[in-house]
Design a protein. Structure first.
Length: 507
């Protein structure tokens, strides 16, 4: 079967949503297999990362939306403007209702902002994923001012992750009860939680009206089992597969979806531990550059990622705001790498360790081994160790990473901005594993710049710095693999948000 590559662009034009008011909702059920339900169930404030967004995007909408190619579009807000350095005014749609019939107004946004600005919200991951919110002021029924704790010239991009919850139910039920009975403006509403699944039905009056009557989210933890369930017609969509799995789906008559992400994957070098520089050959940027040159990243992309990814040369993908098109990735050249290593004082190489997560999904485990094999050619012996995810995250949080490097990504989610990963990969991090004060004035200037041209140029200059300094062995621009049954039409995902309103099951 001819390979089908689907790249979704969430559009917000009149023609695109005209079906909402006119077309009948077809009978039928979409069955989608995920690896887990959100730990916080239907609480959209918990995080703007997958797998939570795979569920919450069926029920909730943000103020804005970021398309697959990185373009910022309206969502619940139709337009916005900067009032001053810290305040943004959003004009909201006037034709939206929640699934319980309550009209969507500026009060709903105020309730969300007030909660995220409160001490109670410190437990919510979203607080750390978007700029700190200070307050909100209702101007009129469909206009609201949102004030930030600090200037952020790109806040409308972060507003894509700011969900609208039905304010009366949120205040009446509280966080825990609301998460079990969530009410939003999206195309579906929750009917029932069951063991390892959630049942939803179409929100009849949603401004993004569904095309298919019912939605069943089925939890199948293992990727192999999800692929098998798809091919056995127990589900219609299997998310989070490996390249080989989607090939199997295709061979059985299904469809393969290869969706670019806003993350760059590679080995992050541990140059600081518990607030102090570590004694390591990796402190010399020539060593870090040599390692990048020693790895045949194109071969990794072609053989382990089905050619669906791209070789990375910077900490941003092509969809990310600030991506620098003038950066050329270091070329694969083991001879030049060995020479550079000798110039740095390591003609015979050295030993190092790398941490991966136990049970790494997809091709990650193979990629770790391929990197180690390529580095061995220039004398660097990289021992790949694995740790349970919880232990890995604990080391990352505390700045106690016990190895010389670790597998990680430059995550631009949820605002798809090149500056977002630097909150992790710079001195901005509370316990940094890489911190170079020379670049910090430029990073801080970028965070507050309100001039569009300057803001873009600063981001590109920072990305060029990171390319040259090579604090990470950039390997590839991320891609996610999803399998579809032959009868599925309209599936698409952009940065973890699934367009449930566009999915159809055809006879």
């Amino acid at each position: 079967m001819k390979r089908i590559v689907i790249a979704l662009f969430f559009a917000l034009t009149t023609s695109f949503i005209a079906h909402a008011a006119d077309a009948p909702i077809k009978a039928g059920k979409i069955r989608i297999g995920l690896d887990s339900l959100p730990l916080s169930f239907g609480n959209p404030f918990r995080t703007a990362q997958i797998p939570t967004t795979y569920f919450t995007s069926a029920i909730f909408d943000g103020l804005t939306h970021i398309e697959l190619n990185g373009t910022l579009k309206p969502r619940l807000a139709t337009r916005w403007e900067s009032v001053d350095a810290t305040t943004w005014r959003f004009v909201l749609r006037d034709d939206v209702v929640f699934s319980n019939g309550t009209p969507f107004t500026a009060e709903a946004v105020k309730v969300a902002v007030d909660y995220l600005a409160s001490e109670e919200a410190v437990r919510e991951g979203l607080v750390r994923e978007i700029p700190a919110l200070k307050s909100a002021r209702v101007i009129d029924e469909h206009t609201i001012d949102i004030t930030l704790a600090e200037p952020d010239a790109q806040f409308p991009r972060s507003a894509a992750a700011l969900p609208a919850v039905e304010p009366n139910e949120w205040l009446r039920l509280g966080r825990e009860a609301f998460s079990k009975s969530p009410v939003g403006t999206g195309p579906y509403k929750l009917v029932e939680w069951q063991a390892n699944r959630a049942l939803l039905s179409a929100h009849e009056t949603s401004w993004r009206r569904a095309k298919t009557r019912d939605l069943e989210i089925v939890i199948i933890p293992e990727a192999t089992s999800r692929a098998q369930a798809l091919m056995a017609d127990r589900i219609d969509i299997a998310v989070g597969l490996s390249p080989d799995m989607v090939k199997s789906v295709e061979s059985e008559g299904g469809q393969a979806v290869r969706i670019p992400t806003a993350q760059v994957w590679g080995w992050a070098f541990v140059l600081m531990r518990e607030g102090k520089p570590v004694d390591s050959p990796l402190q010399d940027k020539r060593v870090r550059q040599a390692m990048t040159m020693a790895v045949n990243r194109q071969l990794i992309v072609d053989t382990l990622l089905d050619g669906a990814a791209r070789v990375a040369g910077q900490g941003a993908t092509r969809a990310v705001y600030g991506y620098n098109p003038d950066i050329t990735p270091f070329a694969y050249d083991p001879a030049a790498a060995k020479k550079l290593l000798a110039e740095a004082g390591y003609p015979n190489g050295f030993e190092m360790s790398v941490l991966s997560t136990a049970g790494s999904a997809g091709a990650d485990a193979e990629i770790h081994q391929r990197l180690a094999a390529d580095l061995a050619v220039i004398g660097i012996k990289a021992e790949v160790r694995s740790a349970p995810m919880q232990q890995y995250l604990q080391h990352l949080s505390l700045g106690t990473m016990p190895t010389d490097a670790f597998g990680m990504s430059y995550p631009a989610d949820p605002n798809i901005d090149a500056i977002r990963p630097l909150r992790i990969h710079s001195c901005l991090r509370r316990q940094p594993f890489y911190c170079d004060e020379r670049i910090m004035p430029k990073i801080k200037a970028t965070l507050v710049s309100r001039d569009p041209t300057q803001a873009l140029n600063l981001r590109r200059e920072i990305l060029a710095w990171y390319h040259d300094e090579a604090p990470m062995l950039f390997v590839y621009e991320g891609v996610r693999f999803t399998g579809l049954a032959a009868k599925v039409r309209g599936f698409g995902e952009a940065h973890g948000f699934i367009a449930y309103d566009q999915i159809e099951i055809v006879d």
